[in-house]
Design a protein around this ligand. Structure first.
Ligand code: ZN
Length: 453
């Protein structure tokens, strides 16, 4: 099995149990797994492949994105959807999304992944919940296998259309029996629960206002009949979401989730902007995770999620850029910086979030939310998923007193190297697995076709 030595790392951020940061660090990788971590002097002098970082780069664990809708990359900044809040934004976009095709699923997944990879993400979860025309989740999984990203694919679903009191148009919802049948097919075809798995499956009914209680319960039962298949949905995103839950179910979102069996270590919910204090305590006690999506929450004027409170109650928290139509960027380094700033605004307290705490949320936090013990830190036996960022860039000038904190305090957009499962996917700032210019061109063509109908 080939070995890779990364040496002369200015600072190696391990995120190991003691949160060690190693000056003049080095990493030895064998195949897809980290074998040794230490200083350059302590590690072997050579290997099959050597990357000498000349004392000019930080190395961190790859970042983890816990909530996204890749297909929305085709509908960024749609003029009619620029200034609406959640429900009107959705109702404006649903008819456009009805034009999605299998090719659109494939290309938008690679485009979104490219943006994530360049901004430090090595593991992503995606939530695809509409399947019009010839769309399947298979297209997305194959796109991610080709680009080389570690991937948690969520089989999303919508089953309650407008005529039944839901938000989406009837033409975009599926029959519940079909959803469950396809979910089972996908799990059996793609789900890999082994250590270092590159593809895992999640079942993800879209939201309380687009699926029934039955589908929530049955999805949970199906997921729990397999090892490592997790559950994901949107919850307590804004005040309209709370109002819908109270009106339709007579319960606040946290209690609704509990009533359908959606609290537990195998569940994570996106947003939770309006989660009540009692629900936060229940999330902490049950290990129910949260995908925090600060840019989307600001963009849709949903509010600010109480992240400090969640962390203090032991709730697992990861970061999510959310779909590209409500961000409308997909840059995970930027999302981490925004989470850091917004936590301070929420509590009017600068100490509410430190740079290192948000880096921990972006790595270990995301790994925990996705139920992974093999990513999120750099230590022997962990997956070889790591990123390198050059310190020789204008944004870091004058900030080298603390280069690790500078990743967050200063405006870092892009990584220089990224390795996933031991393979180099970003090399000197360029993707190695796709031709970016062609991908952008195809994305623009498909986006125009989709929005023009
Ligand atoms: Zn979302």
């Amino acid at each position: 099995m080939p070995t890779l030595l990364v040496k002369n790392i200015h600072t190696l951020v391990t995120m190991n149990d003691s949160r060690q940061e190693i000056r003049n660090g080095a990493l030895l990788v064998r195949d897809n797994v980290i074998e040794q971590v230490g200083t350059t002097q302590e590690l072997p002098a050579t290997a099959d492949e050597v990357l000498n970082l000349q004392g000019q780069y930080l190395v961190l664990p790859g970042l983890v994105n816990t909530h996204h809708h890749f297909y929305q990359t085709l509908t960024r900044v749609v003029p009619a959807a620029q200034d609406g809040s959640l429900f009107t934004w959705l109702q404006t976009l649903y008819p456009i999304w009805a034009n999605l095709t299998a090719e659109g699923v494939y290309i938008s997944a690679q485009m979104a992944a490219a943006e994530l990879l360049l901004s430090g993400c090595t593991t992503a979860s995606d939530h695809l919940y509409i399947f019009p025309n010839d769309c399947t989740l298979d297209d997305e999984i194959q796109a991610m296998q080709a680009i080389g990203m570690r991937f948690h694919a969520s089989r999303g679903s919508m089953s309650v259309g407008e005529s039944q009191g839901g938000l989406p148009p009837d033409a975009l919802v599926e029959a519940e029996a079909d959803i469950l049948k396809d979910s089972q097919r996908l799990i059996e075809q793609y789900h890999d629960n082994s250590r270092y798995a590159m593809v895992r499956l999640t079942l993800a009914p879209c939201s309380p206002f687009s699926v029934s209680r039955d589908l929530m319960r049955e999805s949970a039962a199906l997921a729990r009949s397999y090892s490592g298949v997790r559950l994901h949905t949107h919850l307590a995103e804004n005040q309209s979401d709370i109002d819908y839950s109270l009106h339709t179910f007579g319960l606040i979102p946290g209690d609704y989730a509990e009533s359908v069996g959606w609290l537990g270590e195998d569940v994570w919910h996106a947003h939770c902007v309006k989660l009540s204090d009692e629900s936060i305590v229940k999330f902490g006690k049950t290990g129910t995770g949260v995908a925090h999506c600060p840019c989307s929450n600001m963009r849709l004027a949903s509010g600010i999620a109480p992240i400090r409170k969640m962390l203090d109650r032991g709730v697992p928290v990861g970061l999510g850029v959310d779909g590209s139509a409500s961000n409308d960027a997909g840059n995970l380094l930027q999302e981490a910086r925004t989470a850091f700033l917004l936590a301070r605004v929420r509590d009017t307290e600068a100490a509410a979030m430190t740079a290192r705490q948000v880096l921990e949320i972006a790595t270990l936090g995301g790994a925990r939310v996705l139920g992974r013990e093999d990513i999120g830190s750099l230590a022997p036996g962990m997956a070889a998923d790591f990123i390198a960022i050059s310190l020789d860039r204008p944004q870091f000038a004058g900030a080298l007193h603390d280069p690790v904190a500078a990743v967050i305090f200063c405006q870092t957009h892009q990584v220089d190297y990224s390795f996933i499962n031991g393979k180099k996917v970003v090399d000197r700032g360029r993707l190695t697995t796709v031709e970016l210019e062609t991908l952008v061109e195809k994305t623009n063509k498909l986006a125009a076709a989709m929005v023009d109908g």
